[in-house]
Design a protein around this ligand. Sequence first.
Ligand SMILES: Nc1ncnc2c1ncn2[C@@H]1O[C@H](COP(=O)(O)OP(=O)(O)OP(=O)(O)O)[C@@H](O)[C@H]1O
Ligand SMILES: [Mg+2]
Length: 385
Amino acid sequence: MNLPFDAELRRARLLVTAGSGGVGKTTTAAAMAVRAASFGRRAAVLTIDPARRLADALGLGELTGELRRVEPSRFADAGLDAAGELWAMMLDVKTTGDQMVRRFAPDAEAARAILDNRYYQYFSTSLAGAQEYVAIEQVRALIDEGGFDLVVLDTPPAAHAIDFLDAPDRLVSGLGSRPVQMLRAKEDGGLASRLARSGRGLVLKGLNKLTGGPFIEELTRFLTVFGSILDALKVSGEAVKARLRADDTRFFLVTSPTRSNVDEAMAFRRQLAERDFPLGGVILNRTHAPLAPVPDGPGTRAELDAALVEAGLDGLPSAERARLLDGLYESLARHNRLADADMQAAELLERATGHRPWRIPLFAHPIRDLADLDRVARHVQPVEA
Ligand SMILES: Nc1ncnc2c1ncn2[C@@H]1O[C@H](COP(=O)(O)OP(=O)(O)OP(=O)(O)O)[C@@H](O)[C@H]1O
Ligand SMILES: [Mg+2]
């Protein structure tokens, strides 16, 4: 059966779930990847937290920095088509600057030359955002080079997500900054070539003495080799920036219907818009569908009473039946007040974002396995007016 949300799952190459803490980002991301895989796509879900529950639900024991495939037999066990593939991985944001050098150096020898260099060792402590960058670059690599049809990226709670998603922009603008440009070795007049030319100058001789070593040679070597890394990083940074804003990338803002989460979602939405990240939609998670009879008038209590009779409860002593009717009526009323509040949240979100939200109901039991995740994805429905 084709559901309205499926079109996104068939078309997108990158889906990002984002939102406040605990709203269901990881669950939604995993659900999207499970359903896309059941359509025959080669999908990967990448998370930032250790996300123990997710690993359990996928039957992976634990998620590591290594891509692991969910056993196809699990799809069959859950009654799902196993034509596609589902992979999962935890993005390692504790990567060091050293790993970044190894990743972007032209070869192992160049990497070694940099890592052993004292200037790099000094410089590496100031590579702010390098970790986030290396992590997010893997997303692009999986799509462009890893043969994945779809990557679903689960992000940390809002403020951290913005830090994380900003890493490529920060990197590219950092590389274009004056101090970095001055270090460039290749360009004529760059610091490295000037140093090489004036290496025998008096001042530099003095510096060599002060630093107790071959200052110039080491600095020149660092700048020369590091220059090639800066080039590779700039190309890569531009590619990641473009991937986050591509036509087939969609961000999904996940929120629960509580007022504070809705407010945070709206603020977060503005931050995404400022960065031109393409919003695919807003997902209102843990919603309540209104239950009939709607207790909004005198008739409905009578309707409920009639329903009790139909259910064969008319044999109850009248006092008991009245008590049952009261309790039931009150539960329905409470549930429907929650459903009303959900609808108000949906309207507020629609006004603020221009997107009619999708809804996922609050499930009565925990989300434990592939079948549960698939059910979450199948329950993504537009909020009815
Ligand atoms: N619609 C739902 N019905 C029932 N339980 C849900 C629903 N959505 C999520 N949950 C449960 O809520 C808990 C939190 O969900 P999840 O881990 O996906 O949130 P998160 O936004 O990723 O949290 P964090 O910000 O901590 O990473 C999990 O136990 C999940 O199974
Ligand atoms: Mg999470």
